[in-house]
Design a protein around this ligand. Structure first.
Ligand code: NDP
Length: 290
């Protein structure tokens, strides 16, 4: 079955979202501040709404994807705009506090509200590779899941509207850590004439092995008990010193290895040297401002 949908915001991402909905056969109304960005979509069968207010009345589901939450509010806070009767899905990137605040604001205005985060680039939208996270009332997600499926792999995280943003940044932390670790190793190996393409399959294998540790390590974190089943933190810290020494000896950047060791050293100083690596959650779980 097809559902009338409105898409507000036709930047690179909004155009990809609207295009995928059209391709799946949903009657799609679009609106953008710069109307010309709708031309291609209109040629593909979208209806261009004359105003934001008109777009919001076009269907029971409205997706908004603009630069930031300030733009969302600038667009939708105008007094004459009616939000009641629509489910607003905000796929604009932001932080969890902005998402929770926007949820309260939208609900006061009579809208149903889901917050979302897109973990994909525009060309991936409409394929299974595009992971799109949603949080807010489960019944609102379920009501529109079959429509949202046109956008990619849509996932529901929970009732707290802030969850999609939190998972979004958590995923970024993972992504950059993997990439930075790989770049460190690549820089080291290049000093011996090993090119990046030669190391990449090894690095990929290591990343996969480490990724497989996560569920077991998560159990340690959730139980708050960190027995050194395979390795003690002080053993890891000695290996970290090797990484720093090697980086300095061959003349590559040692900043990241030093940061990693500084975190481990603090945990060891706090008496956790005989415990297993995930005990570092105690260092990660509090602020450090210096
Ligand atoms: P673009 O810069 O391509 O588009 C920005 C959109 O926001 C345009 O439609 C623009 O309108 C609109 N906009 C900005 N400010 C206002 C305003 N004050 N009033 C009305 N409209 C406004 O960005 P993207 O489409 O790439 O990104 C949109 C969102 O998607 C962002 O939050 C981004 O973080 C997120 N995202 C993007 C990804 C990507 O790879 N591109 C990946 C994951 C998330 P106009 O055309 O008139 O300027």
């Amino acid at each position: 079955t097809t559902t009338p949908v409105a898409v507000i915001g036709l930047g690179l991402m909004g155009r990809a979202l609207a295009g995928a909905l059209l391709k799946a056969g949903h009657p799609t109304t679009v609106w953008n501040r710069t109307a010309a960005k709708a031309n291609q979509l209109v040629a593909e069968g979208a209806r261009l709404a004359p105003t934001v207010g008109d777009a919001l009345q076009a269907g029971s589901l409205t997706i908004i994807c603009v630069t930031d939450y300030q733009a969302v509010h600038e667009l939708l806070d105008a007094g004459d705009i009616k939000l009641d009767g629509t489910t607003l899905i905000n796929l604009t990137s932001g932080d969890s506090a902005q998402a929770r605040q926007a949820a309260q604001w939208a609900e006061l205005r009579g809208a149903r509200y889901l917050d979302g985060a897109i973990m994909a680039v525009p060309p991936a939208i409409g394929t299974a590779e595009a992971v799109i996270l949603h949080s807010g009332p489960q019944s609102d997600f379920e009501a529109h899941k079959s429509t949202l499926d046109a956008l990619g792999t849509v996932t529901y995280l929970g009732a707290d509207h802030g969850l999609a943003s939190l998972y979004d940044v958590a995923g970024l932390a993972m992504m950059w850590s993997v990439l930075n670790g790989w770049l460190q190793g690549t820089a080291l190996l290049r000093t011996a004439g090993v090119d990046a393409a030669t190391y990449a399959p090894f690095a990929r294998q290591i990343a996969a092995v480490v990724a497989a540790w996560l569920p077991g390590y998560a159990e340690q974190i959730d139980s708050g008990s960190f027995p050194a089943e395979v390795s003690a933190l002080e053993t890891d810290a000695r290996a970290m010193a090797h990484l720093i020494d090697e980086s300095e000896a061959v003349g590559v950047n040692a900043e990241l290895p030093k940061l990693i060791k500084a975190i481990a050293d603090r945990s060891i100083a706090a008496g956790h040297g005989g415990e297993q690596y995930p005990v570092l959650i105690e260092e990660f779980g509090k602020p450090r401002n210096d």
